[in-house]
Design a protein around this ligand. Sequence first.
Ligand code: UDP
Ligand code: MG
Length: 324
Amino acid sequence: MPDSPDLTVVVPMYNEQEVLPLFVDRMRPVAESWGVSYEVLCVDDGSSDATPVLLQRLLREWPQLRVVRLRANSGHQAAISAGLARARGRHVVTIDADLQDPPETIGEMLRVARDEGVDVVYGVREDRSSDTAFKRVTARAFYRSIRALSDVDAHVDAGDFRLMSRATVDAVNALPESNRVLRLVVPALGFPSASVGYRRAPRAAGESKYPLAKMVRLSVDAVTGFSIAPLRFATWIGLVGGVAAIGVLVYAVVGLLLGNTLPGWTSTVVIVAAVGAVQLLALGILGEYVGRTYTALQARPTYFVAHDSLEQRSPAQPQGQTRT
Ligand code: UDP
Ligand code: MG
């Protein structure tokens, strides 16, 4: 690209009217101190509050700002994917809008990427004391299990604050999978990487846009996207159940021969219930993968771009659908 900036900062935003002014006040001086050409690409993930209005106003004041609005709320990962698909920078950094990830760290990431010649620089949380205990425990359990289940070497304390080279971004954009979990997709590429530690701050304003349901969805996407271990798990439970059934069979036959066959109601009920539960679990796991295959086959885009401030001057272009 002829006029590609040195750095694109991708910022997903969903109903962030409270933090947006704080974010801009902190981000802009930092960005200006880098001494490189940059664009700050805010992906408005279908916000229903004043976020789009504030962004439009900011566009007039900050020439390096660029706004991509999605037609509907598509989720954090889809919003980042939309940003990556449109970023023009030679390096691209993704950062949350709520100032939990310090913008000051970006300069250090860029320096590390250039000095060490790596493609990816992960922001690694050295101190998560600002997160709730629940978030810390669930996050830890999540990364532990994903590391155990798949062979992706994802850092336990790395989220979506990372810097990527153009080659990495192109590689991610070329992946056909939808519902991609970027914090696993990127390490799975296996490109040379380094990491920079930072302190995770509390949310600057507003509320978390990540309710438990979205966290569960992210975990299921992560596990089913990177591992077929759960399917094997179902097989193993089946095998163990089969062995147990043989044991019960022997017990039943011995009981029959000895003539004490009547008092068996409790064990029967327990066995029927347990087998039923295991079967349902196995079917559910299978269903998750079948569903994922089905969704992949439909190849529906995970987001639709409503407008991009960069294209507003060249009207009447057919609005392309972008697939993540
Ligand atoms: N976000 C988004 N779409 C969503 C939910 C969240 O673009 O559907 C953005 C949000 O505006 C923020 C980032 O993703 O910039 C991380 O969200 P949040 O801070 O609420 O998550 P948490 O830090 O609580 O996990
Ligand atoms: Mg946050």
